[in-house]
Design a protein around this ligand. Structure first.
Ligand code: ZN
Length: 389
């Protein structure tokens, strides 16, 4: 095992403002930064700019780089004209099959704008540039650069068919889009086991899926080009490699547009992007579509589709290795490990799990980001990280 360099993430939302307040937030951040030597701190803040001032000053005192953590396609305050992603069956933003009931329980809605037609990316770039200039940030960390995941409902995996996308797609592709969910259910029932790329080929949706990869890369490229890269770095928050193709993220393509990538290698988290939640959402969608499909069968089918085994003790290591291969040295790669006991999401990482996660990262070739809100990482969890630095 080797020594690690550690980054961290901090969220200031309405819950933190209301339940903790400034003094308690600052006490927790200060204690964490005193005990865990940290290189970068990513700051998500929806509670007013005074927080940026206070937190960037705190980072400077600890000699930690502050980075603006910025959601692009969903949950961005001040997004002016939002065209929600739309399924071929007409669902806007959320589908129904397998949708996670916890969506919207915190500040985040996970309602996504259409990356091709519904995003005001120049407005986002302008706001990022303003905030980078106004506070002592070293870079920006772009989040929510994707299409909806299974947690939003299975139908949303094959969007977008908003009015403007539909006008470009043509009737044939729209028909394939409408049939994709039924095809998935048929293949699961029949015992077909293949990977995502094979499924895309069978579904006749290759054009759509390639267009989605391109649309996400275009959003990132537009923002990255607008930023002064001689002064600021651009980092990306990407789904774990098993899930990334489902949401339009190509590690290979995106790694050429940024300075660093964090893979959300969440092997325990119950929340969007967490491998357990996303696979269970997809499996539940299949079960609810056909009473002949049992949950165990649906889960096995989903694991084969995405090339993962949820119960594998090496799940984190495997996802890290897939990310390393996909990035292929084009940019720095980090892995997110969830260490929280979270009051809003049902993710409770105990000390044993935290120790195991840190050990797996220490045995890999890349460095960790402590996720996803350091305010809720128990001291007993982050001390394993501190011991490895
Ligand atoms: Zn669209």
């Amino acid at each position: 095992m080797r020594n690690l360099t550690s980054d961290a993430q901090l969220v200031i939302g309405s819950y933190e403002e209301r339940e903790l307040g400034e003094a308690e937030v600052l006490r927790r951040v200060d204690r964490y930064l005193c005990e865990v030597e940290t290189r970068r701190l990513m700051i998500w803040n929806s509670q007013g700019e005074r927080w940026y001032q206070t937190l960037t000053e705190l980072c400077r005192r600890h000699q930690v780089e502050a980075h603006l953590w910025y959601p692009v396609l969903s949950d961005r305050a001040g997004s002016v004209h939002q065209i929600l992603v739309t399924s071929a069956l007409g669902h806007r933003g959320y589908g129904s099959l397998g949708r996670w009931e916890g969506l919207g329980c915190a500040d985040e809605t996970f309602l996504f704008s259409c990356p091709e037609h519904g995003d005001d990316r120049m407005q986002a770039a302008g706001e990022i540039i303003t905030l980078l200039g106004r506070y002592d940030f070293s870079g920006v960390f772009l989040d929510r650069i994707r299409y909806p995941s299974p947690a939003n409902g299975l139908e949303m995996l094959f969007c977008c068919y908003c009015e403007r996308c539909s006008a470009l797609a043509g009737q044939h592709e729209q028909d394939r889009g409408r049939e994709a969910v039924d095809l998935m259910v048929d293949l699961c029932r029949s015992g077909w086991t293949g990977g995502w790329d094979e499924f895309v080929h069978l579904s006749g949706l290759t054009t759509l899926i390639e267009r989605r990869y391109r649309a996400i890369a275009d959003v990132v490229n537009t923002i990255a080009l607008a930023i002064d890269r001689s002064r600021y770095t651009v980092g990306l928050d990407l789904f774990s490699p098993a899930l990334a193709p489902l949401v339009g993220q190509s590690y290979r393509e995106l790694s050429r547009l940024c300075d660093w990538i964090k893979a959300m290698t969440y092997t325990h988290a119950i929340g969007p992007a967490g491998l357990p939640l996303e696979l269970h959402s997809l499996a539940r969608a299949l079960v609810s579509s056909d009473s002949a499909i049992a949950m165990a069968q649906a889960l096995r089918w989903t694991e084969a589709l995405l090339g993962v085994e949820l119960e594998s003790p090496d799940l984190l290591t495997e996802q890290i290795e897939r990310a390393i291969e996909a990035v292929d040295g084009s940019c720095e790669l980090l892995c997110g490990i969830e260490l929280v006991d979270h009051p809003l999401f049902p993710t409770r990482i105990g000390a044993d799990q935290a120790e195991e996660l840190v050990e797996q990262v220490a045995n890999s070739a890349i460095n960790p980001i402590a996720c996803w809100n350091l305010l809720y990482i128990p001291r007993q969890n982050y001390r394993f990280l501190a011991q490895r630095l």
